[in-house]
Write a protein that binds this ligand. Sequence first.
Ligand SMILES: C[S@@+](CC[C@H](N)C(=O)[O-])C[C@H]1O[C@@H](n2cnc3c(N)ncnc32)[C@H](O)[C@@H]1O
Length: 357
Amino acid sequence: MEVGGEDCTKGSSVHGNVKEYYGKTILTTDDIKTTACSPSIGTMRNYVRDTMKLIHNDVIAKFFGCGITLPECLAGMSILDLGSGSGRDCYVLAKLVGEDGFVTGIDMTDEQLEIAHKYIEYHRNVFGFKKSNVKFVKGYIENLKDAGIVDESVDVIISNCVISLCEDKQSVLQEAFRVLKNGGEFYFSDMYSDREPTEEMKNNEVLWGEGMGGALPWRRLFSLAQDIGFEIPRTVSARIVDAIQPDIKASVGDTKFVAVTYRLFKLPTNIIREPKDVLYKGEIFGHEDEIQFDCKLKLIRGIPQATDGDTTAILQSARFKNEFSFRKSGNYVPSFEVDDPFVLAASSDGKSWCTDI
Ligand SMILES: C[S@@+](CC[C@H](N)C(=O)[O-])C[C@H]1O[C@@H](n2cnc3c(N)ncnc32)[C@H](O)[C@@H]1O
């Protein structure tokens, strides 16, 4: 395991509490005190589900994510997982990027890194790769520079239920923006609230560890991300999260929580934003009939779909730009509208609203 330049024994008291929580207090997924850790496996694509079956049980047992952060079209990509924990998502991604791609997981908690690191050789062998294409680095995601992640070096960043545990969310997003290449994507799941958590909630170590005390009111993510330079966040899926234990229920009072998967894109500054008719060629592995870009936009093979200027700019710049052809649109296309994740989640009885990414 590589160790970042920063001395990871230092760090804020929040870092210390979260390390204690994920290193010693919470030992398996069953110890989590909310419904956060139960993203529906049934919503996964077959090729993702098949890959998941190859992951070692010890790694799976310590999965603490709140969503499915495994986007499409990954062959040959360089991936970074912020708060990689025991490494479940890293290992699935290592298989999906193939031997020409590479996955780096970064985490600050020794116990989590130890499990992740222990199974590198096991997964290399199961995947039939000559050389392992995954590594785990110890460090803080607020400071990726100290962990050796250089500017514009990453195609896709993922993160699964981690940013809500960080005090300095702006630094996390800024660092993600810095290390992404132009056209790169940050695809992540996290907990969000319908209002600012109270000071009492923020100071409650268990609530913070569970991702509720530090959950961002969802609209704030939009202003934070756009101020840094990302495109408007695109919502993939949303699921209501409830407290399981009575003491947690009492501590959160009326505050509501939702686990949301968002995709954030970093585009070149000089990109032209014009509505276009977009045609999906049907060649992305595992998504040959259609590609569900977000909870609203589904692109069906061979059927032109009018998209607004911002969405077209994303499709023309991201790693999958060659998977589409673009024609000037004769149709009026309304501009993109933001989705309220609580409305999305409520419209599906609390299950993932958008089911097939
Ligand atoms: C809820 S767990 C999720 C782990 C993993 N993403 C998964 O899906 O199983 C949160 C992880 O983020 C790590 N973490 C939290 N804050 C961090 C920070 N500021 N820097 C690095 N790692 C952090 C913790 O050590 C823990 O392993």
